[in-house]
Design a protein around this ligand. Structure first.
Ligand code: ATP
Ligand code: MG
Length: 793
């Protein structure tokens, strides 16, 4: 055997190389955006594997989002020149912890098939407890309690560890309700997101022998976006790295944007104390962005007092200035962005090259900003993907359908059962539900069993009785089909295929899902619904069944949905990305749009209301994160009017716009826009003064405004009135055009293809849009063509 190929080291600069080759002992890499921290971390994984220091499953690598984890996996594979067999411990804190917790659930009194509750379920549960405690839910909202509990969990505090002072918040009952909530979760065999880490920290603290096993097992630990870890995550890492101390953390204090969720930048400073002798690597060359983009970002972040301070430079010399554009309202902004994207995609923008839709991203401060872009792009048939924010899986019909799947997979999931018991209507009113709850509680069983007892003991009458009895019979049938399916499916995928062939009664999870939705009457419910949104909901349900194709069984799918932060379903064709600034951390795009830079939106109203500068500084870091995502072109925009929670508001351009270094910014007038001098200015100055009368001095307000208005010269341009009129007329959309329509069945038998999960394979059969593919390493699978890419593209 020849020496291992270490060519991936050649593309690193000396500082990065040092970080990669210092394999043993603690390493901290602290550096600004785009300096190649993630690149170095990835090379380090490749180097660990390549030098035989560790096998893939002995490396623990945590990143911040699922998307980042996926990218890192792909990058490692690319560096190594081949797919890595199993890197099971590369993921988010949550995804790694859920895997560990399933192994050791019994140590915290859970069963290994526990459910992961989302915020909605969590709130519902807390409401019940608050009501039961006899406090007024209106004065003491469940959301507030949820926030308190989260913050305790983020700090790894179990109910026993919460301080008396804090515990007495929420009308004196905070910690008591927290304890009750934890008990309820146990009986439901469920956890919330915070529990995933809290339970693992508890387990490791209590079971030293188990901890030691894992300390030996995970030979090397790597952490990206370290500045955003919270205390619980930090403790967990410290416990796991406590033996060999082979831990490498990379981060940037200027990009710490999760303070509101309990992240502590202090963890960076603590690192050197907890891991004495740590090698600290600093990187200063930015390889991502052009000089203007970098300078504009630096000029904004310079406004923060509380920073370690780092120098950044780039060797590049060319490039466009950051563009600044003002619009009449949010719809106009979306329309303009859509046109820009089409022009750049078509390659018709002067001085600019042609861009793929995948190259372009819209990064919003608040997810409600997405709707305008989604609507606009739908109407002009511009393909887009939404990552994070209000997602597909949060839509009502999807949540209903998944509640059915949840009960089938996990009968203890009472919240899911409550959701479906009278959806569609089965004549089960509040009274009947209460009777079932009482039956369950007094017999110490879950609601499904409680319902059984209620039917058997005659507690339910008439329609409720027959309705519940029917549902129970359905559930039993689906559950038994699901159990068979898991028996054959999970252990050995090929066996599933064979068994289907031998036993015609055996069905796969996709058919099972379809049956559940049909037999429960849920699909019929929407078919009979005359509301205009009903057809869309049916479409979504179809989409849901489609999504199942990527999984082996319902349970695997449910776990996936609980964990994902994006709904990017498949790789079919190029798409513009829409996501939040928070979700974009660590990513990069040639072209970035940053809409909605307005006071109250960005910086957010809440951060401005907070006393002190902490909130504002975090917003400013977010602005820095946003600008530094751009490689070649960054466009910042704002609107003079915006509908916020159903009400029109006049907006002031963001203070961050003031902070941009003027020499790096071009003020661009939107096409077709002129302006009527002063009209807008007067309009907005009035509102500005009114809105900020309380928090800003009157003397300051107009002048601040005027400066912004002058800079964003939209208010002085000659077509402003025209535009106003048009906006009021509600300009009719252009006829739809189709960009890059996807040719689904462009495959022929014998084609080489690639699938994200199964790797390379060959098309054996084609049936409509479904392909039978023989994969080189994962057997034969039937997949929807949209999820498969032609190989070598
Ligand atoms: P962020 O703080 O935003 O997460 P980062 O420090 O993790 O940024 P990377 O994403 O690793 O930065 O790298 C930014 C870009 O620079 C990537 O496209 C990467 O490939 C490139 N890059 C990094 N290091 C080098 C290098 N030594 N030579 C050439 N390109 C590099
Ligand atoms: Mg990074």
């Amino acid at each position: 055997l020849g020496a291992p190929d270490t060519s991936y080291l050649d593309s690193l600069n000396p500082a990065q190389r040092e970080a990669v080759e210092t394999l043993d002992g603690p390493v901290l890499m602290l550096a600004g955006a785009g300096t190649g921290k993630t690149k170095a971390l990835t090379a380090r994984i490749a180097h660990l594997l390549n030098t035989g220091r560790a096998r893939p499953n002995e490396i623990l690598a945590v990143t911040f989002t699922n998307k980042a984890a996926r990218e890192m996996k792909d990058r490692v594979a690319a560096l190594m020149g081949h797919q890595i067999e199993g890197m099971p411990w590369l993921g988010t804190f949550h995804s790694v912890c859920v895997k560990l917790l399933r192994r050791h659930a019994e140590l915290v009194d859970l069963k290994s098939n526990f459910t992961i509750l989302d915020t909605d379920d969590q709130i519902r549960l807390l409401k019940q407890l608050i009501n039961a405690a006899g406090i007024d839910e209106k004065r003491w909202p469940a959301r507030q309690l949820a926030g308190m509990i989260d913050s305790w969990k983020n700090r790894a505090l179990t109910p026993g560890h919460v301080s008396a002072g804090e515990g007495a918040e929420f009308n004196g009952l905070g910690v008591k309700l927290y304890a009750q909530y934890q008990e309820r979760l146990k009986t439901l065999n469920a956890v919330d997101f915070g529990d995933l880490l809290l339970h693992m920290v508890t387990i490791f603290q209590k079971h030293g022998d188990l901890l030691e096993q894992y300390q030996r097992w995970f030979k090397y630990i790597l952490v990206d976006e370290y500045q955003d870890t919270n205390v619980a995550q930090y403790l967990w890492l410290r416990l796991l790295a406590g033996g060999h101390k082979n831990i490498c953390c990379v981060g940037d204090d200027d990009q710490s944007i999760y303070g509101w969720r309990g992240a502590e930048v202090g963890n960076i400073l603590r690192f050197e104390r907890d891991f004495p002798g740590a090698k600290v690597v600093r990187l200063e060359q930015n390889y991502r962005s052009t000089p203007h983009i970098l300078a504009a970002a630096s000029s904004v972040i310079a406004g923060n007092k509380d920073r370690l301070g780092k120098d950044l430079w780039t060797a590049e010399t060319e490039g466009e200035k950051v563009r600044l554009v003002g619009h009449w309202d949010g719809e106009e902004e979306a329309r303009w962005v859509g046109e820009e994207i089409e022009a750049m995609h078509g390659g018709t923008r002067a001085r600019l090259r042609q861009y793929s839709l995948d190259d372009m991203a819209i990064l919003v401060r608040a997810s409600h900003q997405m709707r305008a872009f989604e609507d606009r792009f739908l109407s002009i048939s511009l393909p887009y993907r939404v990552i994070g924010g209000p997602r597909f899986y949060e839509r009502m019909e999807i949540r209903d359908a998944m509640a059915y799947f949840r009960v089938v997979c996990q009968p203890d999931d009472d919240l899911a059962f409550e959701r479906i018991i009278n959806t569609p209507k089965r004549g089960v009113g509040d009274k009947a539900l209460q009777d079932i709850q009482v039956a369950a509680r007094s017999n110490g069983v879950n609601l499904v069993e409680g319902a059984r007892i209620a039917v058997a003991d005659g507690l339910l009458k008439g329609k409720a009785k027959s309705g519940v009895a029917q549902l129970l019979a359905d559930l039993d049938r689906w559950t038994s089909l699901n159990v068979q399916q898991i028996r054959y499916g999970v252990e050995d995928e090929d066996a599933l295929v064979e068994d289907v062939a031998y036993d015609p009664a055996e069905i796969g999870h996709i058919e099972l899902a379809e049956r559940i939705l049909d037999e429960s009457g849920y699909t019929t419910m929407w078919q009979n619904d005359k509301n205009p949104e009903a057809p869309g909901r049916l479409e979504n349900l179809k989409e849901l069944v489609k999504a199942l194709e990527q999984f082996e069984n319902l349970a695997g799918f449910l776990e996936h949905v609980a964990l994902i932060m994006d709904n990017d379903s498949g790789n079919d064709g190029e798409k513009v990305t829409i996501m939040t600034l928070h979700g974009a951390k660590g990513l990069e795009f040639p072209v970035v749009f940053l809409p909605g830079w307005e006071e109250g939106l960005f910086p957010s109203q809440r951060s401005m209301d907070e006393s002190g500068v902490k909130g504002l500084e975090e917003e400013r870091r977010l602005a820095y994160v946003g600008i530094t995502r751009a490689e070649e072109l960054c466009t910042i925009s704002f609107a003079a009017n915006r509908r916020v929670y159903g009400q029109w508001q006049s907006q002031l351009a963001s203070r961050f716009i003031d902070e941009l270094s003027p020499e790096d910014v071009d003020v661009t007038a939107p096409s077709g826009l002129g302006g009527q001098a002063g009209h807008m200015a007067g309009h907005m100055a009035g509102h500005g003064a009114g809105r900020y009368g309380g928090s800003m001095t009157m003397a300051e307000s107009p002048s601040t405004f005027e400066r912004r208005a002058a800079k964003a010269d939209v208010y002085n341009s000659p077509g402003w009135k025209r535009m106003q009129e048009r906006a009021q007329r509600n300009a009719s959309p252009k006829p739809p055009i189709t960009i890059n329509a996807k040719a689904t069945s462009s495959f022929t038998i014998g084609d080489r293809v690639f699938h994200k999960k199964f790797g390379y394979g060959e098309v054996m059969e084609i049936e409509g849009d479904k392909l039978s593919i023989e994969f080189d390493h994962s057997g034969t699978k039937k997949l929807v063509a949209g999820f498969v890419m032609p190989a070598d593209q």
